[in-house]
Write a protein that binds this ligand. Structure first.
Ligand SMILES: Cc1ncc(C[n+]2csc(CCOP(=O)(O)OP(=O)(O)O)c2C)c(N)n1
Length: 330
């Protein structure tokens, strides 16, 4: 799918991909240092998330993300410090340090609260799209993301069916990394195409190379134009890979061969996009290296600054849990 991007947009994609990777690496380091309870990386999803984030219209669109979406929330305007506040569970976190890490939210930026319950965000997303349609806010769309494992959930099917019936302005973006923890896609669905599932509900499904941020951008942007025109939902399947373990709590070596991971690594979207931009004369290797060092510095400074912020106070334990001032034992 051909779509011209400006130099600034290409640089934005590159910068976001490098930032995602730096944040992922830091999360795994902080976990191994015993400083955060768990980390869930999106390494291998950078191109999907940078591309989709660029197609998201800030100040208008709504994002219903899932837990492997640090990259996309950053690409949609989420604050880097807030990612670390979530990881360190600080009082300043967007959920007051209450949620599992990376389960962030930013109402002012149109980023809905993340739930660990697989596919639960899909029904919420179509509800939001239904509200936009009802209010005739026709220049706004909802972007709903999930893994391929989520498409086995009843809630996913209920959501896409409802969106199809009402021709809702929603884009379903499947980040197909081929593994749902230790369950391979071949054990998840007989027809390995997620995109083809859309046809059963009567709307369009598109399959794209999820290692190519420009292809993802083009697919999501086209789906957005369609939604704004009142032509309903699109399912975009972006095939990528999860290079790291599902989270720091499992060991991917116990369920995947080294050969499979090495074959995927050969296509790593980050160096692949770097090479493309250098070949196209968009950036030089030195400029990319400077960008990487700049990001490392920012990530280091943000990590240190947020680590020194306060933890939630014990007496705030029941805040936002029960109505009124009384705790549960009173
Ligand atoms: C309803 C529900 N069932 C099971 C789980 C446990 N669980 C957490 S993550 C996960 C895998 C989901 O895989 P996928 O949707 O492909 O996304 P990925 O993590 O690969 O990005 C499962 C089964 C859950 N959180 N919610």
């Amino acid at each position: 799918m051909a779509m011209e991007l400006t130099r600034d947009e290409l640089v934005t994609l590159m910068r976001n991909m490098l930032l995602q990777r730096a944040v992922d690496t830091r999360g795994f380091q902080l976990n191994r240092q015993g400083k955060i309870g768990i980390a869930m990386g999106s390494e291998g999803h950078e191109a999907v998330q940078a591309g989709a984030g660029l197609a998201f219209v800030r100040g208008k669109d709504l994002l219903y993300p899932y837990y492997r979406n640090t990259g996309i929330v950053l690409a949609c305007g989420f604050d880097l410090a807030d990612v670390f506040r979530s990881q360190f569970a600080r009082a300043t976190d967007t959920t007051g340090g209450r949620s599992i890490i990376n389960h962030v939210t930013a109402k002012s930026k149109g980023i809905a609260s993340i739930s660990s319950i697989i596919a639960s965000q899909c029904t919420h997303a179509v509800g939001a799209a239904f509200a936009l349609q009802h209010r005739r806010e026709t220049d706004r769309v909802v972007l709903c993301t999930f893994g391929e494992g989520a498409t086995s959930e009843g809630e996913w099917h209920e959501a896409v069916n409802f969106a199809a019936i009402h021709r809702l302005p929603v884009i379903f973006l499947c980040e197909n990394n081929q593994w749902a923890i230790s369950t391979h896609i071949s054990k998840q669905m007989h027809n390995p195409s997620v995109a083809e599932r859309a046809e059963g509900y009567g709307f369009e499904g598109i399959a794209v190379d999820g290692f190519d941020p420009v292809a993802v951008y083009a697919a999501v942007r086209t789906a957005r134009e369609k939604a704004v025109a009142g032509s309903g939902p699109t399912l975009v399947e972006a095939t990528c890979y999860r290079f790291l373990s599902h989270t720091t709590d499992d060991d991917e070596r116990t369920y995947r061969t080294r050969e499979e991971v090495a074959a995927q690594r050969a296509n790593d979207p980050v160096p692949r996009f770097e090479k493309r931009l250098i070949e196209q004369g968009v950036l030089t290797a030195d400029e990319i290296e400077t960008m990487r060092q700049d990001i490392t510095r920012i990530v280091n400074e943000t990590t240190d600054a947020v680590e020194s912020e306060p933890l939630p106070l014990p007496e705030s334990l029941y805040t936002n849990v029960y109505a009124g001032p009384a705790g549960p034992w009173c």
